[in-house]
Each structure stands twice: as C-alpha cells, then as structure tokens.
Design a protein around this ligand. Structure first.
Ligand code: TEU
Length: 533
C-alpha cells in the first residue's frame, strides 16, 4: 500500500529569492504581494512548497543574510499583514511555506549587537564572540572569514576583537550563551505560531565554536580561509543536542520541517546532521562542483545515498542563490537540451528536489560590469571572483522592458535574453523547458516508484550516459539520460530487455521502445523514462 504522502518528503520545494521574483509596487524590488500574485504560477508548475530567502529587516550588507530583526518584515518586502496573507493564500492553494533562519550571525545593526559593543559589562556583551587582543595587539587566533581576510574585527572603543565568519557587518553570535539560545528558539516559535511550515537553517553547523577558540591547524590552499582545517570554528559537539531540541519543538506541531545548509559540506558531514533525531534534511551541494560528466554525478549520488542512515532522507539541488546557475554551468549558449537532462536527473532521484526560481525556464547567469556588482565578496575580489549577483537576476515573466518583473529599473538588470526566454513564451511552447519540468513533476506525483523507490544504477563507470531503475515492490521505472549530443545506447541486460515497457516521458518524441536486443538506443541529449508493465 502507498505510504501516506508527506509534503517535504514527497513534494518539490521551490526557492524564491524575494527581491528578484516579482515587484508589485514598482520600486525595483520584489515583494510579498508579488509572490502572492504568482502563486497560481507555482501551482501550475506543480511545486508543493516555497522557501523564501530572508525577508526580515536588513541593512543589506549581505542582502538579507544580515538580519536586524528576526520577527519583522523588511518594509521593502511589505508588512506583517502581507506576510499573513501570503501564508493564508499559499495554504489555500496547497503550497507550504519555508522561511530562511540566519542564526549564525546577526547584522551589526541588530539592537543586540549595538548593545553588545556599547560596553564590556552590558548584558548583551557576551551574546557575541568578543576577545582581548593577543600580545602586540594581534587577533585572538588565526581564524579567517570565508568572505576574505581575517575573521576578527577590532573595536577601538572596547579594545576588543569580535569574530565574523562572513562579512565584518555580520558578527557571529555566541551560541554557548543560554540567553542567545533561548532568544533563537523564541524566533522559531514566533513563526511557527504564524503558520510557517518549515525553516531553512543558514550555515547551522557553524553556530558553535570551540569555547577556547584555539588556532585551526593549517593545510595547503590558496586563500587564507582555505589554508585551514576548520575543526574549531565549525561542527562542534554542542550542535547535536541543539538540533534535537529544535526537532522536538518542530515535532510538537503537525508536519513541520527543517532543512540545514551544511557549511563546508561533504556528504558524510551533511548526513551526520540528518535523520529523525536531528534535521529532516540537510544540503549536500556536490552537484555544484561538477562539469557535465555522468561518472561524477553517479559517484556523488552513491556517496550521498551511502552516507545517509536508512531513516534519513536525501535532498537534491542544482541551483541556489550562491552559485552559478546550472543552465550556465552546463552549457554556454541558449540550447536547453542539457537543462532538460539535468531536470530529469533532479526529479527522478530518491529524495526531495529543490528548485531555484527561474530554473524551470533555464534562466542563465547575468554578466555584470564591475560597477554593477552588488555582492560584497564580488566587490572585494572582482578581478578573480564576480560574486553571486549573476544568479540573482529578476525573474523573467515576459518580454516587456524589465521582463515583467517590474515596470521600473530593477535592483539588478534583467537578462538580455528575457525578450524571448520568459515564462509567457515557454508556457505556450509544448517543447519548452518549463513544460518539461511540469511533466516531470507530474510524473513524480503520479508514480510512487519515483518518490519512494530504491535507486539502482544500471551502469557503473558511465562516460556518456546514466541509466538507473527506481523500484518499489509494485513498480519499476527505468530512467536513461544521454549526456552527449550524439546517439548513444544503454546496455540493460536480458532480464529487463524482455520486460514490457511503456514510455512515460521522452524529450525526443519517442512513443515506443524496442529493447529485446538488450540495448536501449538513445537520441542525442535524450531523456527516456519507461514504466515496466
Ligand atoms: O551561505 C554560506 C556559504 O557557505 C556561502 O557563503 C558560500 O561560501 C559562498 O556563497 C561562496 O559561494 C549562506 C547563504 O546561503 C549565503 O547567501 C550567505 O551569504 C551566507 O550564508 C551568510 O549568511
């Protein structure tokens, strides 16, 4: 019998970068009413939940990932009434809502930090990681910021340094202080009580630092941050009890969810925080690191599957707001064939697929001249690294001047290809990437094997294609993905060859298939999904 459906396990989750999704009040920023007005679009696409990047008040040192009030809405996104309306409207349409909690650090403009730096004996002083200089005025230890430079910033008034893993305007909290822990758990409650269904935990495994703040051991690497083993500034043992406490709180409500962004992730590390006692899901970003090479994808899939305990549930991601968009990573130019193969991979693996706005129409990265760069690491390192703005461009709804995102100049420019790469155009084209994503999502809904089935690879050192089964006791689905732009064939073995197969989906118009030779012949860049009858 089919298991009862669970939205976060069986559904598809769609990340929205709110400032770039839809601008309802024509100020160049996306907003909550903009999202509400496109909920029907998300229903049409077939997603089950949306995750919003931070919508709290923020001075924008890191575009919302520097929070100055955890229980407010930034006026540029709207009001708390708008938020309540979003929760209600989304729920009415069967869409769950996930908020992004950024709790490793606050903004330096947060009242807690303003108090904290006002004097050494202020009650908030110990809410952050303040330390005296080492002899000679040197920083307290050798830690770096991942955004570049030393992780310690000196405050001349206090004569002390504070630690920041990210920008210096994002001071790290002292999670060993029970008041900090309590304040943060209260934030969870606040949003749970407003009807929020889940949370994405920003860099959760960096919350705790070793209480003695020892120097990290050094290793080979290019930049300071990469020249260290991060054994004292991340992944401390105090984290697990906290995750259990968060989980227990979530479990005291119905069907609430948490997915953690694993900082400096490996499959094994992400897996160690995922399961019934800890988080429902964690991110393993291995797909971000690869060229279009099936062998590496298969290795990453097997490593992630092997690392997770049997009770833990995988997540899969091709895109987020920190990385070059997959449509740009996998192919230059405007052909979407590979984007379709990638989409089919994402939607047919065992685990929850996470999509990122615009992925469904194959949005490409923006290319920005230096003076238009907004992202802090991009501004700092523009010669070698242009930052993350490229994947945060305005959503491309139609072919009007600002891509239907806004009627005024948006905060980042609309992509030049929006005159023809947009939702309106793809909606009316049956062969578009958008309609392909819809068909894939529908297949997931329709066939339990695609949601629950085991993942069984059919080829083990694949150079040009991936083939695998998704299999439950009742149902077998075969997925074949041709990674190259030429005809190809997958050897499937005699047992499968003699079964009776029905074509569920093909991007090459295939209607039937002849497998008795033991080979599945594939067209260039073909996605072929078959059901055993
Ligand atoms: O990202 C953490 C993180 O690991 C990234 O900063 C990554 O190192 C960087 O993007 C290089 O690609 C989270 C958020 O996703 C990111 O947007 C925030 O800037 C960061 O935390 C700080 O909150």
């Amino acid at each position: 019998m089919e298991k009862q459906k669970l939205w976060w396990r069986d559904g598809v989750i769609y990340q929205i970068y709110p400032r770039s999704f839809a601008d309802s009040n024509q100020d160049g920023f996306g907003d909550l009413i903009g999202i509400i007005s496109h909920l029907d679009y998300l229903v049409e696409l077939g997603v089950d939940a949306i995750w919003l990047s931070p919508i709290y008040p923020s001075p924008d040192a890191d575009f919302g990932y520097d929070v100055s009030n955890y229980t407010g809405i930034d006026p540029r996104y709207g009001t708390m009434e708008d938020f309540d309306l979003l929760v209600k409207s989304a729920h009415e349409k069967g869409i769950r809502l996930i908020l992004d909690l950024v709790m490793n650090h606050t903004s330096d403009q947060h009242p807690w930090f303003i108090q904290s730096r006002s004097s050494r004996d202020n009650p908030y002083h110990d809410w952050y990681l303040w330390r005296d200089p080492r002899p000679g005025g040197k920083p307290p230890n050798n830690w770096y910021s991942i955004f570049g430079g030393r992780g310690w910033e000196f405050d001349p008034k206090l004569g002390q340094y504070y630690f920041h893993m990210f920008d210096k305007r994002q001071p790290d909290l002292n999670w060993h202080n029970p008041a900090v822990r309590q304040a943060m758990l209260d934030v969870y409650r606040f949003w749970l009580e407003r009807g929020v269904d889940g949370f994405r935990l920003d860099v959760f495994n960096a919350y705790f630092k070793h209480p003695d703040l020892p120097d990290n051991p050094v290793k080979l690497g290019i930049r300071g941050f990469e020249r260290q083993q991060h054994i004292y500034d991340t992944d401390q043992p105090d984290l697990l009890p906290l995750l259990s406490e968060i989980r227990a709180m979530l479990d005291s409500y119905s069907e609430r969810y948490a997915v953690g962004e694993t900082f400096l992730d490996t499959a094994e590390k992400a897996a160690s925080y995922c399961g019934p006692r800890y988080l429902h899901g964690t991110f393993n970003f291995s797909f971000f690191n690869y060229f279009w090479w099936p062998r590496l994808f298969l290795k990453a899939i097997q490593r992630w599957e092997a690392a997770l305990s049997p009770e833990a549930w995988p997540t899969w991601v091709l895109n987020n707001h920190d990385n070059v968009r997959s449509a740009s990573r996998y192919r230059r130019g405007e052909d979407d064939s590979r984007a379709k193969v990638a989409a089919a991979l994402l939607m047919t693996l065992r685990g929850t697929p996470f999509m990122y706005y615009g992925e469904e129409i194959g949005m490409r990265n923006l290319r920005l001249p230096r003076e238009k760069i907004k992202d802090p690491p991009g501004k700092k390192y523009w010669l070698v690294y242009r930052g993350r703005d490229g994947c945060r461009g305005p959503m491309q709804w139609d072919d009007t001047t600002f891509a239907g995102f806004s009627q005024v100049e948006p905060w980042l420019p609309a992509h030049l290809d929006s005159s023809w790469r947009n939702v309106a155009a793809q909606r009316s084209d049956p062969d578009s990437l958008f309609n392909f994503y819809r068909r894939l999502i529908n297949l997931r809904k329709e066939y339990p094997a695609l949601r629950e089935g085991l993942f069984l690879p059919l080829n083990f050192e694949p150079r040009t294609l991936l083939g695998y089964l998704r299999k439950t006791n009742q149902q077998t689905i075969l997925v074949a993905l041709n990674f190259v732009n030429r005809p190809n064939r997958l050897a499937i073995g005699s047992q499968l060859a003699h079964a009776n197969w029905k074509v569920l989906l093909s991007n090459r118009g295939r209607l039937s298939t002849e497998l008795r030779s033991g080979l599945l012949h594939l067209d260039p860049d073909e996605v072929c999904i078959l059901l055993q009858r």
